[in-house]
Design a binder for this molecule. Structure first.
Ligand code: MN
Length: 214
């Protein structure tokens, strides 16, 4: 992802049919080429008329949108969030995912949730409990403490570092799963690539000795 305007759509990091049978080719085309692309285009459109904000990194746009001029404020909130969230969503999925977290992340999951199954249960509760469109998250603070969150619309959990993002907008699952969000969650969970998330965790938590074993 570019660090600032003009943003461009990153390519889907796998073939459109790579996630079958969990997520179908048509869903991937619509989700990436239409929905994600539209967030990128709209964000660029909004920033085009305000050169003063064109050097703001994406992470700043999704956090500091209340400082923007009133006529683009809500639009940037929605569309910068859409760009940020979808970039993470597609990056953390894999056609042949490695299902075990790295040692540091596994240790933190055990400490903060009990085990991976308990983390899954908490994520599923957040995903199913988000009323209407939104996201469920696994996030880390800068001390390496993990938490599960949910956000409406395209809001993000920043300044916490999002590690894992479950898109529960209907556009993410309606073609194959219709109203069965729980079935989609189970399919999505099978696609999560833990090495990618473990790397992001180690970066977020920094190099300080932040999780002495209890
Ligand atoms: Mn989406």
């Amino acid at each position: 992802m570019e660090s600032h305007y003009p943003f461009t759509l990153p390519p889907l990091p796998f073939a459109y049919d790579a996630l079958l049978p969990e997520l179908d080719e048509k869903t991937m085309h619509f989700h990436h080429d239409k929905h994600f692309a539209t967030y990128v285009d709209k964000l660029n459109e909004l920033l085009a008329k305000y050169p003063a904000y064109q050097d703001w990194p994406l992470e700043k746009l999704v956090q500091d949108w209340p400082e923007l001029p009133e006529d683009i404020r809500q639009g940037v909130r929605n569309n910068a969030g859409g760009v940020y969230n979808h970039d993470l969503y597609f990056k953390t999925l894999h056609s042949t995912p490695v299902t075990a977290p790295g040692a540091a992340l596994q240790g933190a999951i055990d400490r903060d949730f009990g085990d991976l199954q308990e983390l899954k249960r908490a994520m599923k509760e957040a995903a199913l409990g988000q009323f209407g469109s939104g996201w469920a998250w696994l996030a880390s603070d800068d001390q390496g403490r993990l938490s599960v969150r949910k956000t409406p619309n395209q809001d993000t959990p920043l300044p916490l570092t999002p590690l894992l993002a479950c898109d529960v907008w209907e556009h993410a699952y309606y073609l194959p799963y219709q109203n069965r969000r729980a079935d989609y969650f189970e399919a999505w969970w099978r696609l999560v690539d833990w090495p990618t998330i473990s790397q992001a965790y180690e970066k977020a938590a920094g190099s300080r000795p932040h999780y002495p074993n209890p």
